[in-house]
Design a protein around this ligand. Structure first.
Ligand SMILES: NC(=O)c1ccc[n+]([C@@H]2O[C@H](COP(=O)([O-])OP(=O)(O)OC[C@H]3O[C@@H](n4cnc5c(N)ncnc54)[C@H](OP(=O)(O)O)[C@@H]3O)[C@@H](O)[C@H]2O)c1
Length: 257
């Protein structure tokens, strides 16, 4: 095991953050959990300076629930600036954060806001490492819910190499335990993590509803007004050749493997 560190996890109660907290504790690290429910708001900065006292490193997994680009840009630029300023003041070594595979070509919406997030993070002053991940298995429920109208769920055509949040958490903790990047701040191409095989969103949503015993008809529809429609349909969100691929598949994850 690497030397025990005190690590702040921003977004500690989220889909990814809960796994990051668990993995850090399993590996013997001290965890300082940040979320508004623990009294730390990384957008307003409330409680941040106090909570960062004695912290070696920040793993940033916080997110806004809003898919709106303007809202998301505000969230990510403010949170990145606050984590850097308060982190530098507290003597934090670096920030490890997470982004999304394929967003360079994004034209709008949440994914485009993540490009602003990456830029705000890389603006410093602290060294930064960014891991780009595929969509999480855990995210299918939210996507399927957005498209649900009664007993029908309308889902966009989306090719995605879904990955378990637990697998992304292991990779993020691995980065945090490793050495800081030599040049100070990571640059493209960012490391990527994705699941073992490509899936189609509509198909996995069907599996999810079936596993819950819910009788929902899934309709896959290409909507020209969807931000990043072409990216989603043409494989632009799939991992690059340098990506690390790790299980479980969506089916195994659903079965609790
Ligand atoms: N979901 C995916 O499929 C996916 C794929 C690739 C990359 N990512 C990236 O992974 C990261 C985590 O995503 P997720 O799906 O795990 O997010 P999530 O489940 O929505 O969790 C968001 C977390 O952020 C916290 N948070 C929200 N506003 C905050 C604030 N003002 N101050 C402090 N904490 C705040 C939330 O807690 P409170 O509400 O209590 O504050 C929660 O703990 C994001 O950067 C996302 O872009 C996600």
């Amino acid at each position: 095991m690497s030397k025990s560190k005190t690590i702040a996890v921003a977004g500690a109660t989220g889909r990814l953050g809960t796994h990051v907290v668990r993995v850090l504790k399993e590996r013997g690290h001290q965890v300082v959990a940040f979320s508004r429910s623990t009294g730390v708001d990384i957008v307003t900065g409330q409680g941040l300076a106090e909570a960062l006292a004695g912290v070696d490193l920040i793993i940033d997994t916080a997110s806004t629930p809003s898919p709106d680009e303007t809202e998301a840009v505000k969230f990510f630029t403010a949170s990145a600036a606050n984590l850097h300023a308060a982190g530098a003041q507290a003597g934090v070594e670096r920030i490890v954060s997470v982004s999304i595979i394929g967003i360079d070509e994004s034209t709008g919406g949440y994914n485009r806001a993540k490009v602003s997030h990456e830029k705000a993070l890389m603006a410093g002053p602290l060294p930064v490492q960014i891991l780009r991940a595929a969509q999480f298995h855990e995210f299918v429920e939210l996507l399927a819910g957005w498209g649900r109208q009664g007993d029908t769920a309308y889902l966009p055509v989306m090719r995605t190499q879904l990955v378990a949040a637990a697998v992304v958490a292991e990779a993020l903790v691995g980065l945090a335990e490793g050495p800081a990047p030599e040049q100070g701040t990571a640059t493209a191409p960012f490391p990527e993590i994705a699941g073992p095989r490509e899936e189609r969103l509509a198909k996995v949503a069907e599996l999810l509803f079936a596993a819950r015993g819910e009788s929902v008809e899934v309709v896959e529809a290409s909507d020209p007004s969807t931000p990043d429609r072409e990216l989603m349909e043409n494989g632009g969100l799939l991992p690059r050749p340098h990506a690390k691929l790790a299980g479980p598949t969506f089916t195994d994850w659903l079965a609790g493997a």
